[in-house]
Write a protein that binds this ligand. Structure first.
Ligand code: NIG
Ligand code: FE
Length: 412
């Protein structure tokens, strides 16, 4: 049995005792152990306590954290991390004053990434994905959710999902796959959107279920993308096949998407920039968790952030994620997302850390084995070049982990 310990963590942020997402003020409680220590055995946490408390049971292999901060590995519950190409040209256009929609209308946007993703082979996408997985580790992230949605044909959507499965199998990263065939209407179906929705419901979802390629189904509920009725049809088909929902709602316009997600009993409602009080009330009365993506607001040069404060004060277990994608959010950094959440959305550093660890784990149905540092959980953790958890959002765009572990193995 392999056994090692980390000792002298300036702060060991455990979040322990949190079975999963807890709403409201509890998001501020981190359960920090000062001068903390943790024993890892066979990839699992055996014990946590102060260095003093664990001193009698320490194994031979001991690594001294030298007063550094130790947290659970960060969990990114909303990414589009498999794609071909790069859209730096669109970034430049936005700098010149063009909007996200305007860029989409001249052939950019999701369809631009669709073209590059279709053109890429499965091996090429895997290689790009592998490099991105390493960058996630280097930024402290040890589990990601990942969406398809740049293929938009039967074959290309399945190709993207197979790449995710390979990344999950062949790297130490957990990649939770979500089918997002309803990301945009592909050009072949322009003028016949109904046929594309039927293709998703009648062919893509059943094939994905048969092959066990996705855990969730998503749809982009938005003006010029998918209507609430189309989303309803796709969502109820997914539920018929026992797939849970994560939905892109109320990002650019308020289409009542939060209430729709709540009504459908979706696992998550993501974005919510335009969600009003009624939408927040609908979420508060449901099991649907809000997933907020401030980096996409920032990188689109917009200034309307989701109302995290009202959500948390209303008892909602807020999750933060990067929305990493080549268009609206070209960043893999959850620490950067935390900085934005604190400064632009009124979240405290403790709430921000809770939102991308234990709450994110709960939103992916993974809270039983990760998201906190306590005995019995996976030894997925980050040792930071910092002493205090508040430094993660504070050293803006700068803070880095010293080292990152997945199941007790060093990955970054
Ligand atoms: O979550 N809103 C839809 N999807 C992505 C953007 C995708 C893209 O621009 O490529 C998002 O922001
Ligand atoms: Fe997204």
């Amino acid at each position: 049995m392999s056994r090692f310990a980390v000792v002298h963590a300036g702060q060991l942020v455990t979040l322990r005792g949190r079975a999963g997402a807890r709403p409201g003020p509890e998001m501020d409680e981190l359960s920090i152990i000062e001068d903390g220590a943790m024993i890892v055995a066979d990839g699992q946490i055996e014990a946590v306590g102060t260095t003093d408390e664990l001193s009698a049971q320490l194994p031979e292999d001991v690594s001294d954290a030298g007063g550094r901060l130790v947290t659970p590995g960060l969990i990114d519950a909303h990414t589009h991390a498999v794609f071909g190409g790069c859209r730096a040209n669109e970034f430049e256009m936005r700098c010149g004053g063009f909007g996200y929609q305007e860029i989409a209308e001249v052939g950019g946007g999701i369809r631009s990434s669709m073209r590059s993703t279709r053109a890429a082979t499965e091996d090429e996408l895997f290689e790009l994905g592998r490099q991105r997985v390493q960058r996630f580790f280097d930024l402290g992230t040890t589990t990601i959710e990942c969406k398809s949605g740049y293929g938009l044909t039967f074959d290309d959507e399945l190709k993207m999902l197979r790449v995710m499965r390979r990344l999950d199998d062949e790297t130490p990263m957990t990649v939770v796959p979500t089918l997002l065939a309803a990301h945009a209407i592909p050009p072949e179906f322009e003028g016949n959107r109904e046929a594309y929705v039927n293709l998703i419901c009648d062919e893509i979802i059943p094939a994905v279920v048969r092959r066990g390629l996705a855990k969730y189904v998503d749809a982009f509920c938005e003006d010029r993308y998918f209507t609430a009725d189309e989303v309803l049809k796709i969502a109820t088909t997914a539920q018929k096949y026992d797939l849970e929902l994560r939905l892109h709602v109320d990002q650019l316009t308020n289409g009542g998407g939060a209430a729709l997600a709540a009504e459908l009993g979706a696992k998550t409602a993501d974005h919510l920039e335009q969600t009003d009080e009624d939408g927040i009330r609908a979420l508060a009365g449901s099991k649907t968790m809000p997933v907020l993506l401030p980096a996409s607001v920032f990188m689109l040069g917009l200034d309307k952030y989701p109302d995290a404060r009202r959500m948390i004060d209303g008892g909602l277990p807020v999750v933060l994620a990067t929305d990493f994608n080549p268009g609206s959010s070209p960043t893999q950094s959850l620490p950067f997302v935390m900085t934005l959440a604190c400064l632009k959305m009124g979240m405290s550093p403790a709430e921000a850390l809770t939102a991308c660890t234990v709450n994110a784990a709960a939103s992916l149905d993974l809270a039983h084995d990760r998201g906190t540092l306590e005995a019995g959980k996976r030894a997925d953790f980050a040792v930071w070049e910092a002493e205090d958890y508040r430094e993660i959002p504070y050293w803006a765009a700068t803070v880095r982990p010293h080292s990152v572990y997945v199941r007790g193995q060093k990955v970054g």
